[in-house]
Design a protein around this ligand. Sequence first.
Ligand SMILES: [Zn+2]
Length: 305
Amino acid sequence: MSTASTSAVDSRFEVLLGFDMETDVGSWTPFHEGLRHGTPAVLEVFRTHGVTGTFYFVGHSAREVPESVLQVKEAGHEIGAHSLYHETVGDALFPIPGIYPLLSHEVKPRLEKNTQWVEEVAGVRPVSFRCPRLFGSTTVCNALEDLGYVSDATYPMYFYKEQLAPYHPDQNDWTKKGDLRLVQIPNFADLSLESTDAYGRDCDQWPKFRTESASALLEHVDHFLDYLESQKVDRKVLAFYFHPWEFHPMPQGMIHFGEGGVLPDPFIVKGCGDYALEQFDILIAELKNRGAAFHTAEEIALATL
Ligand SMILES: [Zn+2]
């Protein structure tokens, strides 16, 4: 452990462990092997540590694997929503072939349908949301506000770099502070690093825990906590994002279906399965050692003034 990291050891901070419950490897496959088999394994790690998190379900995935929704609910975690079909609901930060951003008038009805599909399976109405790929927008925030959501854990700190703690977004610019009742929960990134990537993705947290290790990610955690201290941010919240398919072995190489296939970049599928589970377990234990208090997104939102 570096000297820079020791100052964070005694400080209390809040942790949101958020899981985006979707098809394997995001939008790239039609399969739900991770949701089926990764979810119970992840829930077991949560159980052994006695912590809770928020699980954001794609509407389509909730319908396809309803038992996964019920497992999560029965284990006492928050059920959130993650779009209808893992489409681009907000402003695309980079292009995805075949997946074009929703037109602005489509956003609210589709989020409403997403809410309804998840509620039908879960028996509870989701009040927490996360946009696929952290592609958020002002339109999304306003729609979530109208639909009664209390939180959106989308803001990618690695990209916008401005908001360092949960905030109420502006109705005309979701990346600024304003008067919406909704709380935007930024996903932390190591802003102490000099980025060499056009999008700043090398400062991001994901998916270091499995492509490298829990301790590599914890180094970023410690840097981030120190950075918040240097910026005089009193409320320290670390929002993490994971996916159930990271906790089940993903095919290495070409994944074939329908009339073709996809070849995910190596980092997308690296370390998925047992290694990810082992590192996730270490990560939670180490966050606890550092004094973390684990909360759901709803709890973090309701505690935001
Ligand atoms: Zn997603």
